[in-house]
Design a protein around this ligand. Structure first.
Ligand code: IPM
Ligand code: MG
Length: 350
């Protein structure tokens, strides 16, 4: 059985996942690691961004680590053949509905953020993004021609009580092991799904999690509060689209999008999907300067959440911290290290 399936994908994906492989072989060389093409690379080689075989291998692995998908060369492919469609298919195919996106400011990087040091120093926030529902998947969707000329694009935002309750449960459970505070973000002032979201979270809280502090917040206000005073947050639970946007914003608080890992989890006992939050970064792909830390920290999350190796995860996390303390910086963090040198700096601390 595969322990870790690597899906390097496109752009900087192969560069950063190659560093994960190096770290894994140093830290846990007993792990059985496999690799499959994914996204645009898979489309070019196999005619589909996610083949049945890759999905089957993913579901039969203990953990899956994806690099990044997408790029301008596939922008005009039909939507179901686009690299991003492969990722959405992988998420739903694996049933990983709970996306944990931590935004942690490593002490030595407090000066690397575009925000003031005092605003972000010590930041430790967890965004819990619903990942397999909402407007990304709702039907009807499409672009149609209008009889009188012009076209109409439609997306559908849809959530069921079941979907809202299971993601809220993940957030409340996580909060209990942290600072015990959950913010639930939606747009209940204008959206029906937002209203249902608020009602379901309120009910679940009263029923099972009254010991956890709960605050409802409108998603636009959450965006503002994130840059104003991000340390007021502990766990923030939100839907697929708002979670996509708010997690990019949260990532920048920590200094660079190149720092943030994520874990997507399904029902207990099923494999998790681990991804850096950053994209394929076509502008720097192939230059060897991408920050590998988001991918390396995604592996750290895989060790913790899917591979049952929390001891190694702790070790790796500490090594990343030490490397940063000693000044290791890729260009996104204002330094001059290459991707390989940054991984070397981490390896040196293991
Ligand atoms: C992310 C990305 C993806 C998303 C894209 C690549 C489909 O932005 O993981 O945040 O929108 O979910
Ligand atoms: Mg995103």
């Amino acid at each position: 059985m595969t322990d870790l399936l690597l899906l390097p994908g496109d752009g900087i994906g192969p560069e950063v996942t190659a560093q994960v492989r190096r770290v894994a072989s140093r830290l846990a060389n007993d792990l059985k690691i496999d690799e499959r093409p994914f996204g645009g690379a898979s489309f070019d080689e196999l005619g589909s961004p996610l083949t049945d075989e890759t999905l089957a291998t993913a579901k039969a692995s203990k953990a899956v680590l994806m690099g990044a998908v997408g790029g301008p060369q596939w922008a005009n492919a039909p939507r179901d053949k686009r690299p991003e469609a492969g990722l959405l298919g992988l998420r739903t195919g694996m049933g990983v509905f709970a996306n944990l996106r931590p935004a942690i400011c490593f002490g030595p990087l407090a000066g690397a953020s575009t925000l003031k040091r005092e605003v972000i120093e010590g930041l430790d926030l967890m965004i819990v993004r619903e990942l397999t529902g909402g407007v990304y998947f709702g039907k009807p969707r499409g672009i149609e021609d209008l009889p009188g000329g012009g076209r109409r694009g439609v997306d559908t935002q849809v959530y069921t009580t079941f979907e809202i309750e299971r993601i809220a449960r993940v957030a409340f459970e996580l909060a209990r092991g942290r600072k015990n505070k959950v913010h639930s973000a939606e747009k209940s002032n204008v959206m029906e799904t937002g209203l249902l979201w608020r009602q379901v979270v309120t009910d679940l809280h009263a029923r099972d999690y009254a010991d956890v502090e709960l605050e409802h917040i409108l998603a636009d206000n959450a965006a503002m509060q994130l840059v104003k005073n991000p340390k007021q947050f502990d766990v923030m639970v939100t839907d697929n689209l708002f979670g996509d946007i708010l997690s990019d914003e949260a990532a920048q608080l920590t200094g660079s999008l190149g720092m943030l890992p994520s874990a997507a989890l399904g029902e207990p006992g099923t494999p998790g999907l681990y991804e850096p939050i950053h994209g394929s970064a076509p502008d720097i792909a192939g230059k060897g300067i991408a920050n590998p830390l988001a991918a390396i920290l995604s592996f750290e999350m895989a060790l913790r959440w899917s591979l049952d190796r929390a001891d190694l995860a702790d070790k790796l996390y500490a090594a990343v911290g030490k490397a940063l303390e000693k000044g290791a910086r890729t260009p996104d963090l204002g330094g001059g290290l290459t991707t390989i040198q940054m991984a070397d700096a981490v390896l040196a601390e293991i």
